[in-house]
Design a binder for this molecule. Structure first.
Ligand code: HEM
Length: 184
């Protein structure tokens, strides 16, 4: 089977993004690394301390009006001024995965306003969501964000609001990795 839009986040001693902070929010930590390199394929380099893999594929919970509203506001990755980034790998617990799709959507949006609340942070924050669960990976999601240094405070405020939401009661592993672009 071909994976759609694959990515590997390679933690090690070289890479295009320098790690400035690694914070374990919930669950088992990840080994500390100095750099993260991103490859848009699934690979297992020998000299890496760890590799997290995901695919950026179809949406699960977004409705048409939400998709259209986001498309109208969002900007892509790789903007030259967006020199700061966050990689936040997340796993949800068995209770989350035992629910039906409509029950999860209700918690995700009607109760937690994940999309409505986060939308206000576009276009300052550029994002990409990778799914990992079906690949048998240690995390269910790899979330990636890029922003200008001046928007770090806003990003932190959004993360705090999401962590206080009902949706996050189901998160049982989360690592918050902050990075700056390695220009050298
Ligand atoms: C920057 C603004 C953000 C926007 C506009 C946004 C929007 C979205 C949308 C639309 C989805 C659902 C995709 C689908 O339909 O399957 C989603 C899923 C998700 N987002 Fe966000 N998000 C933002 C920020 C964040 C942040 C800061 C985090 C982590 C701290 C995060 C973590 C997640 C996770 C883990 C999922 C997957 C949920 C699941 O499928 O159970 N998001 N986001």
């Amino acid at each position: 089977m071909t994976n759609i839009n694959p990515a590997s986040f390679i933690g090690g001693s070289t890479g295009e993004w320098k790690v400035t902070r690694m914070q374990t929010i919930t669950g088992e930590p990840l080994l500390p690394v100095e750099y993260i390199h991103i490859k848009l394929e699934h690979i297992s380099p020998k000299n890496a301390l760890w590799v997290l893999r995901g695919t950026n594929n179809h949406t699960r919970y977004s409705e048409r009006t939400e998709v259209d509203a986001m498309k109208a506001r969002q900007e892509g990755l790789g903007r030259s001024h967006a020199t700061h980034a966050a990689l936040i790998p997340i796993r949800k617990n068995a209770a989350w995965w035992a629910m039906a799709q409509d029950e999860r959507r209700k918690i995700f949006e009607e109760e937690s306003q994940h999309i409505a609340m986060s939308m206000e942070y576009l276009p300052a924050i550029a994002r990409r969501l990778y799914h990992s669960r079906d690949l048998g990976e240690p995390f269910d999601f790899l979330t990636w964000f890029e922003f200008a240094p001046g928007h770090e405070g806003a990003f932190n405020a959004l993360v705090a609001k999401l962590r206080a939401s009902r949706e996050w009661e189901f998160v049982d592993r989360e690592i918050d990795i902050r990075l700056i672009k390695n220009e050298s």
